[in-house]
Each structure stands twice: as structure tokens, then as C-alpha cells.
Design a protein around this ligand. Sequence first.
Ligand SMILES: [Zn+2]
Length: 242
Amino acid sequence: MIALQDLLSNPAIETISITAVIDTALCIGAGGSSGTLADKAIVRTADQKLLIPASQLKGRLRHECEKLARGLGWPICQSPNAQTMCPQRANFPENEARDFEREEYRVPGDERYHCLICQMFGNPALPSRIIVDDLICAEDLDNVPEVLRPGVTINRRRGTAEEKKLYFLETSPANAKLRFEGQIHLQSNFPSYAKALILAGLHHINALGGSKSAGLGWLKWEFQEFSVNEEAWQALLPGGRK
Ligand SMILES: [Zn+2]
């Protein structure tokens, strides 16, 4: 939850407009959502617009940025459990733990160290410095028929379909090229050199939703007015920071 007070005291310093263009049918899980037979439904706004929840997008973005940052040589804690995240990092052996004690991991007013990813996405002890909007589909859905896509669960041991476990996924229509739009807000104290990581992380998300293997939810991204210069990329590389 974001308190209004936090927003006021920590205004967005940069806003990135992003659009996800869904190439195939999209299935976003919302177990137990009312008003539909489907087990998993696309989330809809009160006025029936399709929506990709911010929580899902932010979770995926964090995961992709973690992988990228580790690949670049940054020591990164282990989300999502509080004990293994910064500033606790309970499970790290001593030599690895010392690697977190670096100048870039200092936060104003805090004795403890917070890794690059925690400084971006937050942890139980540090507020997130990025706000991700829900991505909303502007398409008027009166013109788009609702689709229920049947599926079956497979019994892994026997390799057979369990007929009683037929389920339905509510999806958006295939090949409709639905555009989901929203914004990402970087707040003050967001590590400026980490902006490049957000862009790279988004590029690594090429599917959203529950059933990638069923061909649901492949997407591509469009960004507006957001570019990262060579200097910013260099700053992310080990030894490239000033
Ligand atoms: Zn961390």
C-alpha cells in the first residue's frame, strides 16, 4: 500500500510510458474472481476494461532485473522471503555477505546495506522507489467477444488427462493485437544508473499470464520517450560506476 503522504514527499522524477501489445490470447490469473465460470480470468476494471495488474508486472520486472543484475556482477539478495532479502540476507555465507558492504548499497539514514534491486523495488525495510501502474486496454470490449478456452490438467505420473479436472481459462481473443497501456514512475532516490536495467528487464518479459506453454500471453513492448545512453549502460558494468 502506498500512503498519499509518501507520494507527496517522494514525487516521481521520471515517468516512463509503456505499452504491451499482446500478440496472442492473454490469460491473466485471478483465481476466485466472481462473475465468471473461468478458473482464471483476465482482470477487468469496474467499467469492464481488460487489465494487466501492476502487481504481476512489477513482480515479473523485479525477477528479470534480478537476473540481469546478477549477470552484471552485482551481489543481489534472494526475494521474495523477508529473511533472505536485504537487509537481513540470513542465508548468505560470510564472504558473500561482505560483498554487499559497498558504497553503492548505502541508503541515506540507514546503517544497513540494501542491494541494487532492493533500492529499486524495495524490501520489508525499504520502500519501493518505483511505482508500476496497472496496464489498461483501451479497446472497447463490446466489440470483442469473450473467449473461454477449455483446458485439461495432466496427471504427471500417468501422463493422461484427468477428465474431471477440465478447467476453463478466460482469455482475450487471439490475434486481436490488444494494446495495454500504463506508466512506470521512478521516484526520487531511484538509482539513476539503474534506469537501463528497467528497460532491459522489460525487454526480457516476452510473456505474461499463467499459461505460456498453452500459447497464451505473448507480447511485445513499445516505449515512449525513454532512451538510455551509452553512459548509463557503462555505469551498470562492474567498475564502470563513479
Ligand atoms: Zn536486496
